[in-house]
Design a protein around this ligand. Structure first.
Ligand SMILES: C[S@@+](CC[C@H](N)C(=O)[O-])C[C@H]1O[C@@H](n2cnc3c(N)ncnc32)[C@H](O)[C@@H]1O
Length: 244
């Protein structure tokens, strides 16, 4: 049996009761360690679940062999930060498990893709999500996605490397957007910065790019939103986060 369980954005207590009970029933428990930042000590989740947790890097999850071999014989859980299918990488493992006849159960949780609702921006009005990678020289896709989203809101995720504790700061993301959009995004554009959403350290700031470049936000992970056409209620909520 293979459980794929979202553990949410905050601390170890964000796992659902269904998720917790499933982990407690497992013989082997993995925690993927590459799609987002773990916001608590792994020992705290081990204490809560009573299970030894194996940190799984990209290679272990994407090759999938060890996880699927174990899931063929025993109860296995793969814990995913945020929600299960809110990163591009876990669908393949799920599909392979199903094709191999392994019984699977998905247990959901909060994702960055829904936590951005805290900004007041309607989740129904977001277009395609863009990702700004570490090595962004000559990378055009995020700008193309922004343009194609037209009046819809655009979420820009910022690359990370949790193994080396490295996270792109929003300022680097904004500079990438200014330098690569051929003037379509200017210092006067208003954007929203979200940091550590769903945690006690959560920060949301709204303002012009040039104003946001003048402040410091040093909690991670972070993402950027360029709002599209705003409904008056969206504007009203965003005003709560306006930088002074
Ligand atoms: C692949 S996505 C996260 C996928 C994860 N499975 C989920 O459901 O949230 C990782 C990116 O989302 C953004 N992100 C994740 N958690 C965040 C948070 N709590 N606050 C702000 N941005 C976050 C960062 O840009 C990060 O690089």
């Amino acid at each position: 049996m293979l459980y794929i369980i979202g553990i949410g954005l905050g601390n170890e207590k964000d796992i659902s009761i269904n998720g917790l009970e499933s982990v407690r029933s497992c013989d082997v428990v993995y925690l993927e360690n590459y799609t987002s930042k773990l916001m608590f000590k792994i020992e705290d989740l081990e204490k809560l679940t009573g299970k030894k947790i194996i940190l799984a890097d990209r290679e272990l999850v994407e090759s999938g062999e060890e996880i699927l071999k174990n899931a063929n014989e025993k109860n296995v859980a793969l814990l995913v930060k945020g929600d299960v299918f809110s990163a591009t990488t876990h669908t393949d493992l799920y599909l392979r498990a199903v094709k191999q006849g392994i019984k699977t159960r998905i247990i959901h949780n909060t994702s960055i893709l829904t936590a951005i609702g805290d900004t007041g921006l309607s989740l129904y009005k977001f277009g395609k999500t863009a990702s700004i990678p570490y090595h962004y020289r000559n990378v055009k896709t995020p700008i193309e996605i922004y343009e194609n989203n037209k009046e819809m809101h655009t979420l820009f995720l910022l690359d990370l490397n949790p193994k080396e504790n490295k996270y792109i700061n929003y300022k680097e993301g904004l500079k990438y957007l200014l330098e690569n959009s051929q003037g379509k995004i200017s210092p006067n554009n208003k954007v929203v910065i979200c940091a550590a959403l769903g945690t006690e350290e959560q920060i949301i700031k709204y303002g012009k790019i040039n104003e946001l470049l003048d402040i410091e936000i040093n909690v991670y992970p972070q993402c950027i939103i360029i709002p599209g056409k705003l409904h008056f209620m969206e504007e009203e909520v965003l005003e709560l986060y306006k930088i002074q």
